[in-house]
Design a binder for this molecule. Structure first.
Ligand code: HEM
Length: 159
C-alpha cells in the first residue's frame, strides 16, 4: 500500500537514534551557514534545541521516543518567523537528509508529517512588547475636553 505516517521502519531508515543525532548535527550546521536562519540560532541554546529536535523527529518518525519539549506555538511565536524562513529551514533539512542518503520516499514521508507545523511556527509579526510602566500618574496632566474654535482664551490683552 501507500506508506505514510510514523513507523518503526521509517525510523530505521533514518538510522535510528545515532542516525538522527548525526542528521540533526548536520541540519543545525547547515542552518548556521544559512544567512536566512543564522540570526535565529546564533544566540540560542543550540545543544538544547538539537536534543529536542532529535526527540521530536524520533517520535514523529515512529521511533521509541516521546517529545517533551515546548509546544511548537509557544516555542516560536515571539520570533516573527515568516514563510520564507520556514521554507529555508525545510530546504536545509532536505540538504541534510541528502547528505545522509535518506531515500526520497522516506524524506517525503517525513516532510509531509512536519508540514502541519507551518501554521504553528509562522507568525506575521512578533507579539507586541510589554509596555514600560508609567512614570507619571495618569491624571497628572489634564487635557481639556474641547479646544475652543477661536483658539486659546488666554491671549494677551489688545493694546
Ligand atoms: C517544521 C518546522 C520546525 C520544527 C519542527 C521546529 C522544532 C523546534 C523544536 C523541537 C524546538 C525546541 C523547543 C524547546 O526548546 O522545547 C525549536 C526551537 C526553536 N526554533 Fe524551531 N522548529 C521549526 C521551524 C523553525 C523555524 C522556521 C525557525 C526560524 C526561522 C525556528 C527557530 C527556532 C528557535 C529560535 C528556537 C528556540 C526557541 C527558544 O528557546 O526560545 N524554528 N524548534
Amino acid at each position: 500500500g501507500c506508506a505514510s505516517g510514523p513507523s518503526p521502519d521509517l525510523y530505521q531508515t533514518f538510522g535510528g537514534q545515532p542516525g538522527l543525532v548525526s542528521l540533526v548535527d548536520d541540519f543545525m550546521d547547515g542552518m548556521m551557514r544559512d544567512p536566512d536562519l543564522h540570526p535565529y540560532f546564533v544566540n540560542a541554546n543550540r545543544p538544547h534545541i538539537k536534543a529536542e529536535l532529535v526527540a521530536q523527529f524520533c517520535a514523529t518518525l515512529g521511533g521509541p521516543c516521546a517529545y517533551k519539549g515546548m509546544d511548537m506555538k509557544m516555542a516560536h511565536a515571539r520570533y516573527g518567523i515568516g514563510d520564507h524562513e520556514f521554507n529555508a529551514l525545510v530546504q536545509d533539512l532536505q540538504d541534510a537528509m541528502d547528505l545522509h542518503r535518506i531515500p526520497y520516499r522516506a524524506q517525503n514521508r517525513f516532510l509531509a508529517m512536519l508540514a502541519p507545523y507551518r501554521d504553528d511556527v509562522v507568525h506575521p509579526a512578533p507579539p507586541p512588547r510589554a509596555r514600560p510602566p508609567l512614570t507619571i500618574a495618569p491624571d497628572a496632566v489634564v487635557v481639556p475636553e474641547t479646544v475652543p474654535a477661536d483658539g486659546p482664551q488666554n491671549k494677551p490683552p489688545p493694546r
